[in-house]
Design a protein around this ligand. Structure first.
Ligand code: FES
Ligand code: FES
Length: 179
């Protein structure tokens, strides 16, 4: 067994784990944080997306012991306890889900994606790599979210929610929330 400590949603957690335990299983089975979902368990669907020090990862592909000392945020930690995260509210307004199984991963991924976009990182569909700002078009959103599959096909609502949350007043809230 290996002893590790991680700050999860702002709370320091100590865990004794076998080295083979994935970060996803550590969150779900050892910490009871079942908001993060197991879809494929092999890095293909994005249902298990969480944020590590603000960056999105597939937690099914990560060994928990690799994240000793790191800051993990799951869907349970994206709101402030009183208010939903602006992206969560936007998903509700835009019907960005049906069964909801992919939704935790979609929202965590969108938070990480908006931070990546805000830092100027280009995607595979970015036309002008030297542009000062990259417009967050629907094509950019779809490409940047392409690692998160939705078996219900709620993609139009997901794109609409992210577009709304990233623009206007709500966008300022979102950008504050992803910092
Ligand atoms: S469960 Fe991790 S990518 Fe599918
Ligand atoms: S809402 Fe059902 S898989 Fe996406």
């Amino acid at each position: 067994m290996v002893e590790i400590r991680m700050r999860v949603n702002g709370v320091m957690e100590a865990l004794d784990l076998e080295p083979r335990v994935s970060l996803l299983d550590a969150l779900r089975e050892h910490l009871g944080l079942t908001g993060t979902k197991k879809g494929c368990d092999q890095g293909a669907c994005g249902a298990c997306t969480v944020l590590v020090d603000g960056e999105r990862i597939n937690s099914c592909l990560a060994l928990a012991v690799q994240y000793d000392g790191r800051e993990i945020t799951t869907i349970e930690g994206v709101g402030d306890g009183e208010r939903a995260h602006p992206l969560q509210s936007a998903f509700v307004r835009h019907d960005g889900f049906q069964c909801g199984y992919c939704t935790s991963g979609q929202i965590c991924s969108a938070i990480g994606m908006l931070a990546e976009h805000g830092s100027g990182a280009p995607s595979a569909v970015t036309e002008h790599l030297s542009a000062d700002t990259i417009e967050l078009s629907d094509a950019e959103i779809r490409e940047r979210m392409s690692g998160n599959l939705c078996r219900c096909g709620a993609y139009n609502g997901i794109v609409g929610a992210i577009r709304e949350a990233a623009s206007g007043e709500a966008g300022r809230d979102v950008m504050e929330a992803v910092r």
